[in-house]
Structures are given as structure tokens and as C-alpha cells.
Write a protein that binds this ligand. Structure first.
Ligand SMILES: C[S@@+](CC[C@H](N)C(=O)[O-])C[C@H]1O[C@@H](n2cnc3c(N)ncnc32)[C@H](O)[C@@H]1O
Length: 265
């Protein structure tokens, strides 16, 4: 993979053996409801799940729109879409979801055809976030909402890894993100794309148990693949995180920005 396009290519080349780990990481849990609340998804709506991955959120959206609504699950990774389709079949909501494999960061949908677009932890990977958001605006009906949730990697705190050390690991890992500071930029990007009534929220639920540690293991993997650091520095980082979890001295905070914009009526 080339460093210049790694941010996209690493999603096209997911090892099938890691899909289960991603499904566990993205699994919908009831305590995630505040993350989705500003999107105001309800019965009968037509909703896009942009960058749906293996479909964990698409299933929740299908429950919320009910039999009279519809979900468009969209991703660049065909294997994730196949998994998502299988999950939908098992959950008995296959007929409520259409699956769209895309190659460009554009929606294969008609102008003014949907009520909601949900985009969870995806805009950090697209080529040009403002162009993608303009395309979202094209597809939304008057009165429709876009709801994006994204991390801001510059705000990541990991105890006991100090800021300088974490910064070195992150700088190497940042080949995996097109816009690593997307969280703080979302408000401006949505305004630039023509959305109105843009609202910003931040959720900061800290992890003390290691549930979010796969994020750090992914970061270590990206740092390794960048070949910018000695392997021993990355190994030490992973070991220190694991030891801290065991000794109950670990803490991770990665704020999630929730940004919601409206298309005027
Ligand atoms: C961090 S995962 C989030 C998955 C899902 N939204 C969730 O939170 O459960 C990022 C997803 O975005 C997809 N993705 C990456 N770049 C994309 C792009 N340019 N357009 C659409 N999807 C993309 C990846 O294939 C992956 O499924």
C-alpha cells in the first residue's frame, strides 16, 4: 500500500480474520443511544448509513425506521457489505435495507430522496470531506438532517502513555487518516457545505477497562506499517498499555464530536 492512499486502501484490504474484531468494536450497545439521539431517526424515514462497515449501526437504524422506512447501507468495502447483508437476514430486516458498494465518495442516490444521513467515524477517511458533505446535502430532502460523529485524534489521552510518546506513535499512525483532526473541523465543514442550524455536541465517555484498547492496537499496526518508527518503540507502547489494563492504572479518553446539520425547508 502506498503511504499517500493508505487512509483509503487499508479499508479495502481488511484481513477477513479481523472482521469479527471489527464487528465487536462497532456493535450497537444501548448506552450508545445519546450518540444517535440528535439525528432524530424515526418510523417511516429513509436513512443512509454512510460507511456502514459490517452493518452494526444499519441494523439499529432498520429497527428505528420500522417496516415502513428504509435504510441505505453504503461502503467502499464489499466484504463488509456482504457481512452486513448476512446480519440483516439473520435479524429479519433484510427487506428494509439496500446495500450499495461505492468506489467514489459519492452517494448512488437521487437528489432530495432521503430524510437522514448518518455518518459514524467515516469522514476522517474520505478524500475531501466538504465535497462528500455537499453530496449528502444534494441527496437530503428539504427538512432533512445529516448527523456525523467523529473522533479528534489530537484530543486522545492514554494513561500512562505521556503526550510526547503518544504523539510520536500517532504521527506515524496518521497515514491511516486523511483528516485526523476531523472532530474539531466538522462544524466549519458542514457550514461550508451549506448546512444550516449546525449543532455540535461532544461525548467523552472514558474507558478504564480496556474496551477501547483495540483502537490503540490498530494505531500500533498503522504505525508499524508506516515504517517511521523503530519496531521496539511500538512494541513497548503495546506492552505498556496491556500492563496498565492489568494493573488497573489505564485510562483512555477519545472525545466523539456529534455534529448535526439541516437542509432548510
Ligand atoms: C471506523 S469504520 C466505521 C463503521 C461504522 N460506521 C460504525 O461506526 O459502525 C469506517 C468505515 O468507513 C468505510 N469507509 C472508509 N472510507 C470510506 C469512503 N471514502 N466512503 C465510504 N465509506 C468509507 C470503511 O470501509 C469502514 O467500513
Amino acid at each position: 500500500m502506498q503511504p499517500e492512499t493508505y487512509y483509503r486502501d487499508h479499508w479495502l484490504d481488511v484481513d477477513p480474520e479481523r472482521v469479527g474484531a471489527y464487528e465487536e468494536m462497532f456493535r450497537w450497545r444501548p448506552e450508545m443511544a445519546p450518540m444517535l439521539a440528535p439525528a432524530d431517526v424515526g418510523e417511516g424515514q429513509s436513512v443512509v448509513d454512510y460507511g456502514c462497515g459490517p452493518g452494526m449501526l444499519s441494523l439499529e437504524l432498520a429497527q428505528r425506521v420500522g417496516p415502513s422506512g428504509h435504510v441505505h447501507a453504503v461502503d467502499i468495502n464489499a466484504m463488509f457489505l456482504a457481512r452486513a447483508e448476512e446480519h440483516a437476514r439473520v435479524a429479519g430486516v433484510r427487506d428494509r435495507i439496500s446495500f450499495h458498494h461505492i468506489e467514489k465518495d459519492l452517494l448512488p442516490l437521487e437528489d432530495a430522496s432521503v430524510d437522514r444521513i448518518i455518518c459514524k467515524n467515516v469522514l476522517e477517511y474520505v478524500d475531501e470531506p466538504v465535497s462528500t458533505l455537499r453530496d449528502f446535502r444534494r441527496v437530503l430532502r428539504p427538512g432533512g438532517l445529516v448527523h456525523a460523529t467523529d473522533s479528534d485524534w489530537g484530543m486522545l489521552v492514554v494513561e500512562p502513555i505521556g503526550p510526547e510518546r503518544l504523539g510520536r506513535i500517532f504521527d506515524a499512525a496518521s497515514i491511516a487518516y486523511r483528516t485526523p483532526l476531523i472532530g474539531r473541523k466538522l462544524y466549519g465543514l458542514m457550514r461550508a457545505a451549506g448546512f444550516e442550524e449546525v449543532r455540535v455536541g461532544v461525548l467523552t465517555g472514558p474507558d478504564t477497562q480496556g474496551r477501547a484498547a483495540p483502537i490503540l492496537l490498530n494505531m500500533a499496526k498503522y504505525a508499524r506499517e508506516s515504517q517511521q518508527l523503530e519496531a521496539s518503540e511500538i512494541d513497548r507502547f503495546v506492552e505498556d498499555v496491556k500492563t496498565a489494563i492489568e494493573k488497573e492504572t489505564y485510562l483512555l479518553v477519545l472525545p466523539q464530536f456529534l455534529v448535526t446539520g439541516a437542509v432548510p425547508n
